[in-house]
Design a protein. Structure first.
Length: 268
């Protein structure tokens, strides 16, 4: 859990989206949460996510929260107060969003000095495209694992509230690739050479994977060692959900690497 938290970023796109709250049915507008992974490719430092997390945004519209320093103990949900809630760091014009033109991937470059102690994942090595049956894990920020705080009335017709999200971890085995008929009716634009699927089980605290977009997926080696230590490899990026949120789509690590090679060149 600590490894995944330290290699996870919470993202907020402050360009508001107008719609209906899927949980309350109320109309309104809101910022858009998402998930990312702090990464390094050569001399370039950035947060990788799904491109739709940055929809209509410029870098200055994005806030990033990372988890470089973690507490030894964690509070229960009931013990949390508003003083435990923190917001992300706003990016500046020095940062740039680069969107992939052929896959739902994007990176936003960051000034490493503003994110001290962050362990940026290096994708030159320690990556894998896991075959069906292999177990993988994922950490993200589903919007239904949340609580409304600081609700306030700002005018007779407008009410505002802050939504606090908890990081959520789930795992599952890579599913067999579906048949052509299943892809046609249930998995739009799913491609065998680019994607794989995993079942979504939000650890009993989340039923909806919205907010996991951009989250990194990790494969852990089961090799036995005399002294145990975490041995994770990057296994791809979550971009979509299918079948009413019961299955999520992952862009393979090899495809993510191809995007970065096309964007930044070889990592030297």
């Amino acid at each position: 859990m600590r490894h995944m938290l330290q290699h996870t970023a919470a993202l907020v796109n402050s360009v508001r989206v107008v719609g209906v709250n899927r949980y309350t049915g109320e109309r309104g507008d809101s910022e858009v949460p998402g998930t990312g992974c702090p990464m390094r490719w050569g001399k370039h430092h950035f947060v990788l996510s799904a491109a739709h997390v940055f929809e209509n945004a410029k870098a200055k519209d994005i806030r990033v929260l990372v988890f470089a320093d973690l507490p030894k103990e964690y509070k229960s949900r009931e013990a949390l107060t508003k003083h435990d809630i923190v917001d992300g760091i706003g990016l500046t014009a020095d940062s740039v969003i680069h969107r992939c033109t052929w896959e739902d991937l994007a990176v936003v470059t960051v000034d490493v000095a503003k994110f001290p102690s962050v362990d940026f994942t290096e994708l030159v090595k320690d990556w894998i495209d896991p075959p069906p049956g292999e177990n993988v894990n994922c950490c993200g920020f589903p919007s239904d694992h949340s609580v409304i705080v600081n609700r306030r009335t700002v005018s007779p017709k407008r009410e505002e509230a802050d939504l606090a999200l908890w990081p959520t971890i789930f795992g599952g085995s890579v599913l067999p690739f579906p048949s052509e008929d299943e892809v046609r009716f249930h998995y739009d634009h799913l491609q065998r050479d680019r994607h794989y699927l995993i079942p979504y089980n939000g650890a009993s605290v989340s039923r909806d994977p919205h907010g996991f977009s951009g989250a990194a997926v990790w494969w852990e080696s089961d090799e036995k060692k005399l002294v145990w230590h975490p041995n994770f490899k990057f296994a791809g990026t979550v971009t979509h959900c299918h079948r009413n949120g019961s299955v999520v789509r992952v862009v393979k690590a090899s495809v993510v690497r191809l995007f970065l090679i096309n964007l930044f060149g070889d990592a030297t």
